[in-house]
Design a protein around this ligand. Structure first.
Ligand SMILES: *Cc1c(COP(=O)(O)O)cnc(C)c1O
Length: 414
């Protein structure tokens, strides 16, 4: 059963009506379904049964403590990209032995904390980072577990802003240089080489590039074995897509089966770093229509959510399905669903056939990933509240920001 269904015409999240949530918590408001998050994780874990595998949720997709908690309780690990995310996952009760640390620009202080915490692995992205990590580990008198993020130069066939596995991207070390770099790393006294990783892009709707990347990594693993470098794990990153509109995203089985098949005769632990696939379809942004502004060329519905809340349409031209919480009878007009921000790019949906009246509630679907996580205070707008629904219960998991909080870090000149 989907966590998002209509009962008596009103859209619900699990057993809670979105009209009730709007009354209780106000709008705009992010709403997540615990059941949907757990179901998404279960799908991965079911498919991985019998394998030595760990699903490390990519925290940047949605880093709310309640989301992390739900995933941690079901055995997920975490893929972090900053000291802030490290502190978050620790606050959410994560097991340090299930944390991998990705990102091209790890700071010294982030490395120090991660080493003291005892994380599973650093996914290192450059020669310079290897040297720095070795020095930081030496200073602490410890050894850093290391994987090199290799850029397999495969085309993920996704949006250029979220494609990361091509030679021209800033991520990872070049495939042709990886072997040399591993040899260099093996000589550094305070590093322990334990794995290899890649992450080729996001919102992939085709499973083939994952297989191509795996083939390249396995070839490299064999070369490294000749050099006497034995790795314990292979981390295939995240990137599996979801349906926003009518996309046919691969099933978890179609995604994992070819990969597990290639790995079956190898004694390698498998790590995955899904973000969007675990939380994207598990959340929505609830908003209210503030003004209707019909025009000669376009009709605008101005809602109380905006690009500072959900940046993806403005940033990537992304589509999010937008549905009324309570359906109205009547003939649909075509609407531009826009926010109140002073930018023409501030739209949430274009050309949407809807029957609308001022005050109506709208649900912007599939907003659980890269929604709140990418939000800002642009136009001095407080960040929206976040609510987690669990069956008949709803929990405020981040209260709406107050206006005071928006400028109380600032000072006028003396
Ligand atoms: C963003 C990111 C992910 C998650 O990507 P999704 O498309 O959300 O699955 C995983 N690993 C790394 C290194 C990332 O940067």
């Amino acid at each position: 059963m989907s966590a998002f269904e209509r009962h008596a015409g009103v859209l619900h999240v699990e057993s809670v009506s979105l009209s009730d949530l709007a009354n209780e918590f106000g709008t705009p408001c992010w709403v997540y379904s615990r059941q949907a998050i757990e179901t998404a994780l279960d799908e991965f874990q079911q498919e991985l049964l019998g394998h030595d595998a760990l699903v490390c949720y990519a925290v940047k997709a949605n880093s709310n403590l309640a989301v992390l908690d739900v995933l941690a309780r079901r055995g997920a690990g975490f893929d972090i990209v900053s000291e802030g995310e490290l502190r978050r996952v620790l606050a959410a009760g994560a097991d340090p032995r299930r944390i991998v640390f990705s990102g091209v620009g790890k700071s010294v202080s982030a490395m120090e904390l991660a080493l003291r915490t005892g994380i599973l692995c650093f996914n290192v992205e450059s020669a310079a980072e290897l040297e720095r990590l070795n020095a930081v580990a030496a200073q602490q008198g410890t050894t850093a577990p290391v994987s090199l993020r290799v850029n397999p130069d495969v085309d993920a066939r996704t949006h250029p802003y979220i494609s990361t596995g091509l030679k021209e991207n800033k991520f990872g070390v070049a495939y042709d240089e990886a072997r040399t770099l591993y040899r260099r790393a093996a000589e550094l006294s305070h590093l322990r080489l334990c794995g290899i990783d890649c992450h080729i892009g996001s919102q992939l709707l085709d499973a083939a590039p994952f297989s191509e990347a795996l083939d390249k990594l396995l070839h490299l693993i064999d070369q490294l074995a000749e050099d006497g470098i034995a790795l314990e794990h292979i981390d295939l990153g995240g990137g599996l897509g979801i349906r926003y509109r009518d996309e046919e995203a691969p099933t978890i089985k179609a995604y994992l089966h070819p990969l597990l098949d290639k790995l079956k005769d190898r004694r390698l632990r498998i790590l995955l770093e899904p973000g969007r696939r675990l939380v994207g379809n598990a959340g929505l942004l609830l908003t209210r229509v503030d003004y209707l502004k019909p025009g000669e060329i376009k009709n605008f519905a101005i809602v109380d959510a905006a690009m500072n809340d959900l940046a993806r349409p403005a940033l990537y031209g992304s589509w999010h399905t937008i549905v009324p919480v309570v359906e109205r009878q009547g003939t649909a007009d075509t609407w531009e669903i826009v926010g109140p921000i002073c930018e023409s790019g501030d739209f949430l949906g274009r050309d949407r056939p809807l029957v609308l009246a001022t005050g109506d509630l709208l649900a912007i679907l599939s907003a659980g990933a890269y929604g709140m996580a990418m939000s800002s205070n642009y136009n001095t707008r407080p960040r929206a509240a976040e609510v987690m629904v669990d069956g008949r219960q709803s929990y405020l998991v981040r209260r709406r920001e107050s206006f005071d909080e928006l400028f109380n870090l600032e000072r006028r000149l003396p």
